[in-house]
Design a protein around this ligand. Structure first.
Ligand SMILES: Cc1cc2nc3c(=O)[nH]c(=O)nc-3n(C[C@H](O)[C@H](O)[C@H](O)COP(=O)(O)O)c2cc1C
Length: 171
């Protein structure tokens, strides 16, 4: 499967129900490679990625979360660690998860992210050092069922201003 970039963005949904089917290691490598190739502010590449694919560890990851219990059913997950000494580190985190998610969807692999964590437990369980922040976690797998459904998004005319923001606009 090879999807046009716009089509890939337009059809991607965040999916939390996964089939019990293994994602081939070549696809996992492609996803990690897309992370590596993503740009960081000042090209610092301060991030590190923890690949979690062992079932018991995925369960642990779910237990260490407050909003990502679904990750126990994922085929694998990536914990994105970024260095908070850079003020833009969360922007870097957002860009890299999106790139990984799109690279995955290009191969029919769905994903979802979560940010709600029990930080101390997560740090202990996954050996995360003090200087790195577990900014966002992404779980991947094949979808449990056919992906359908419309995106629930605002319309462009509600989102876009031309040349200047207009606070009197009500739309
Ligand atoms: C910064 C960020 C944090 C998110 N945190 C969570 C989370 O903690 N748990 C979760 O299940 N989904 C989380 N999501 C997924 C959003 O709920 C999802 O992207 C949004 O509802 C749109 O989904 P859709 O693309 O399938 O329409 C997060 C998404 C983003 C971008």
């Amino acid at each position: 499967m090879m999807v046009d970039t716009f089509e890939c963005i337009a059809t991607k949904l965040d999916v939390r129900d996964f089939a019990q089917k293994e994602v081939p290691s070549e696809i996992k490598s492609r996803i990690l490679e897309s992370a590596r190739l993503t740009g960081t502010g000042l090209n610092t590449q301060h991030w590190r990625f923890v690949l979690v694919q062992n079932k018991d560890n995925l369960k642990k990851l779910a237990e260490d979360s407050t909003s990502g219990g679904w990750v126990s059913g994922a085929n694998f997950a990536v914990i994105v660690l970024t260095n908070p000494k850079y003020r833009f580190h969360l922007i870097d985190a957002g860009r890299v998860v999106q790139d990984m998610q799109l690279a995955a969807w290009n191969h029919g692999v769905v994903s979802c992210v979560f940010t709600g964590i029990k930080e101390e437990k997560l740090r202990n369980d996954f050996g995360i050092p003090d200087e790195l922040s577990p900014s966002i976690i992404v779980g991947f797998g094949y979808p449990a069922r056919t992906i359908k459904g419309r995106k629930n998004r605002l319309q462009l005319d509600e989102l876009v201003f031309y040349e200047k923001y207009d606070s009197s606009r009500t739309a």
